[in-house]
Structure formats: C-alpha cells, structure tokens
Ligand binder design. Structure first.
Ligand SMILES: [Mn+2]
Length: 484
C-alpha cells in the first residue's frame, strides 16, 4: 500500500491504540500532517476510556501542538486508519466505519484488506511510516521539517528502549535522522513518575531463574521501564542473560539482555516470541512482543535451553565420513571497490539486513555482495586469488539494498550502484548434511556470536579444513551448492 493511494479519501480518522504510547501518537501526528498537505481532513482520536497521563508523552504532545481526542464514538468519515494497531484487534476500540486501513508493526492478527501495511520485523511503527514516506516522491521537504523528523525519531526511541533494541536496517536509518535535541533530552528526563520508579524496584526481585537466565516480572507498565530494568539486572555477576517482562493488556512485552557468547539476545527474543508475536534486536540487547501467557513464556524459555545441539568447531566431534560432498555453483556474485566509494581513512558503516558493520575505508578493500544482499569485506589480494572480475554491472533487487554510510557526513549510498559481477575461480568443495535439530555452531573465527541453524539448514565444513564448519541456510544452500 502506498500513502498517496489513501489521499483519495478526503475525510479521514487516524485512530491510535488504547492507552496510546509515543509511537502511536508520533505516527498519527506525522500522518495527519501528510494528509493535510494533500488536502485531506485527518482527525486523531483514541478510544478505551483511559486518558493519556504519562508525563513525557503529555510534554511531547504539548511541544508539538498535537491535537488528540479521547472519544466514545467517531464521526462519519470516508476512511479510518488504525495506527500501531489493527482494526478489530484487542488493544483498540472498534468503531464502525465504511472503510478501514491499517499501518502497524505487530504480527498480523486480522483478516487484511487491500489497505493493510503491516511489518512486524520493524522496531517501531514510525519506522514503517518513515519508510512509506521515503517511497513518496514529494516527501523530501516534508521529512526535513524538524517537528516531523523529531516525532518519527521519538516513536522509534521509545519503542526500542532508547534505540538499544534496534532490529531492522530501516530502524537504523531512522535512528540517524535530524531531531530536536533539546526536546528529546527533556522527554528523556521526564520519563518516570514516582509510582513507576517503585515498579522498577519491585520488578528487580527475581521471578524465576532457569539455568543462568533470570526472569523478572514488572507490574503492567510502560514498556520502556523494562529496558532499564534489564540493563541493571544484566550486571549481576552470576547471570548470562535476563528477561524482564510485563503484561501490557493484550500480551507480554519483553526486554532481553545477554552478556554471554552462548546466547544471542536477538535470537533468544525471536525464539521466545515465535508464532505468537515477534522479537529482535542485537547480540546483547533485544525486545519482543508475545501474545501469550507468562506460563507459556517460562515453558518456552525452558524449551530454548534444551532445544539446541551445540557444536564448537574443532572441539565437538562430528561424523564427517557420513556427510556428502558438494561443490559451489559457478554463480556470479557482486563486488564493489571501496576506493570507488570513499577516500582512504573514511570511517564508514556497511548496513545490510544482517546488521551494521563499521570499517575504515582502505583502497585495498573490496565489498563482496552475496545472493541475499549480505555484504562482507575482503582484501584485494584475496579477491584476486579467488575471483575472476567481470565488467558487467551487478543488478539485483534486495528487500533492503545494501548501503554504505559515511559516518562523518551521514551520506548514504547503495553499494549495488558501484558493483560489478565476479565468479569464484576455484570450485570450493564442502562436506555437508542437513541438521534435524536446532543447532548453534561456534566457529573458530567468530568469538562474539554463533551460527544458529534450524532443522533443514546445512551443517557444512570446508573440505580442506574440516575445523572450518558453519551453518548455511537451507534456501541459500540449494541456490549455491550442488551434490557431487
Ligand atoms: Mn509501536
């Protein structure tokens, strides 16, 4: 769905979820301004009987001059858009309407019509609105407006625990927009009421410990209280990971922390929420939403702890003899020369679906672009040894096009624009077998994280160095290897 399609409706109601948070308010405000710019009337409302009282949110609404109204019925309009929630779902009062649209980042729980834009992979609904605006040709000036960019930023800030739990490259893009620093600082320091401070202290009493992962339960509260509670809990010496959760009415909101190589916080959060919500973040900090009970959360955590086979490369015995031999297909991949993009010494960030990678530009670095848009740097000498460079341009479409960012100027450029194709010189032979259980593979060359494999994925090892084993996703494996 495109935002511009909705501008055909001239009389719109923007409905936030009950007990509105900063994310839903920010989205509603930005969309209201967008629709007004396109000569549509757009009124912001919410239902559910409970008025907004959170101090930081009240200051935010006042500072931006946002008009929101708690209502028990709505006027007759052409279109009702539920924002950061889904029409008919449990956390939003259902008002009769002729036509509805949905803009949301929670897992889909309704029968969708043609006007539903739902992406649960995103950390906030403002990320979704931002990306929808970027797709509109006439939005460049609109997005430069300080109030607009500050509102988008603040929605992301509050929904990802102060940007600690960013999960998608589009979240990272939004986290870098220009914003009103004075206002955000004021909001940051008006975050809690005295009763909420008591919720934090109550929450920090251990609720349950499973192995060395602790669970903490907070009273129903604003989700950002969870993030700083988990940050404190993670500093306990005996804990490898922790989860602070709270029932926010329609499910559990989680904040996950890890300080151990054995648990990646983003993977743990995704596992806990799988099937009933979504979770993600980075290796150490993640969050999620789970539409299920606390009993389920505890049993799911116990499941997590026994669900994985663990392989430590070079240490765990593996039956290589039973594994079949595969050769890598001669499929073209992309490469771009760092020197075509940046001067030597420039601090840069490579952004892909898999995360951010910080580097310093050097002329002997080449960027390799894999078939799913993953990017990894390789030295010129190694490239020459292993690949044949072609003159053809590399054209591929990815969900998030791999991007490089100059960290000093903030300038972003797609890598693909500078990329040519290349072929591997030698045929790489590997040994591989499909795994039947969830598996964590700790390679000898990555000391921070592990490869996490699902049943069907391939455990593979380089034939010339069997200690070099790792996991290849099933889909990628079939695109890249062939049985000998
Ligand atoms: Mn949200």
């Amino acid at each position: 769905m495109k935002l511009s399609e909705l501008t055909a409706y001239k009389n719109i109601v923007l409905q936030m979820h009950n007990i509105p948070d900063a994310d839903t308010v920010s989205c509603a405000y930005v969309l209201q301004k967008y629709f007004e710019k396109h000569n549509c009337k757009a009124k912001i409302i919410y239902g559910g009987k409970i008025k907004i009282t959170k101090p930081s949110l009240a200051i935010f609404i006042e500072a931006l001059g946002i008009e929101v109204e708690l209502v028990s019925e709505i006027p007759d309009v052409d279109l009702l858009i539920t924002i950061d929630c889904q029409y008919g779902a449990g956390n939003v009062q259902k008002f009769p309407c002729k036509k509805f649209a949905v803009i949301d980042h929670h897992i889909s729980e309704i029968t969708e019509n043609e006007f539903c834009e739902i992406n649960p992979a995103l950390g906030s609904c403002t990320t979704l609105v931002h990306s929808m605006l970027l797709k509109e040709k006439d939005s460049a000036d609109f997005l430069k407006d300080e109030k607009i960019s500050t509102a988008l930023y603040y929605g992301l800030y509050t929904d990802t625990n102060g940007l600690a739990e960013l999960r998608h490259p589009l979240d990272r893009d939004l986290s870098e927009v220009y914003f009103d620093k004075t206002l955000i600082k004021k909001l940051r320091n008006a975050n809690l009421t005295m009763p909420e401070l008591s919720i934090v202290s109550e929450a920090l009493k251990i609720f349950e410990v499973v192995e060395n992962i602790a669970l903490f339960k907070a009273e129903p509260c604003d989700p950002n209280i969870l993030g700083f509670s988990s940050d404190i809990a993670m500093q306990v010496e005996s804990l490898d990971a922790c989860i602070v959760f709270s029932n926010i009415g329609n499910g559990l909101k989680l904040s996950v922390r890890s300080c151990s190589r054995e648990y990646m916080a983003n993977e743990l959060a995704a596992f806990l929420c799988e099937g009933f919500g979504s979770g993600g973040g980075n290796l150490e900090k993640a969050g999620g939403f789970l539409k299920n009970s606390e009993e389920y959360l505890i049993s799911r955590l116990k499941e997590y702890l026994v669900a994985f086979d663990k392989i430590y490369a070079g240490q765990t015995p593996i039956d290589f003899a039973s594994m079949k031999r595969y050769k890598k297909l001669q499929i073209p991949v992309g490469f771009a020369k760092c020197e075509d993009l940046f001067q030597d010494g420039t601090k840069i960030t490579v952004r892909t679906m898999e995360g951010d990678l910080d580097l310093i530009a050097k002329e002997n670095i080449y960027f390799m672009i894999g078939i799913e848009g993953e990017v990894y740097p390789i030295l010129h000498e190694k490239f020459e040894k292993n690949y044949i460079a072609m003159e053809d341009e590399y054209r591929q479409v990815f969900e998030y096009p791999p991007t490089v960012i100059n960290r000093l100027t903030g300038r972003k450029q797609g890598i693909s624009r500078f990329a040519k194709i290349c072929f591997p010189k030698d045929q790489k032979i590997i040994k591989a077998k499909q795994i039947e259980k969830l598996t964590k593979v700790f390679t000898y060359w990555d000391t921070e994280k592990y490869f996490s494999g699902k049943p069907g994925d391939f455990l593979t090892a380089n034939e010339t160095d069997l200690n070099d084993c790792y996991i290849v996703n099933e889909r990628i494996f079939y695109k890249t290897y062939e049985l000998i």
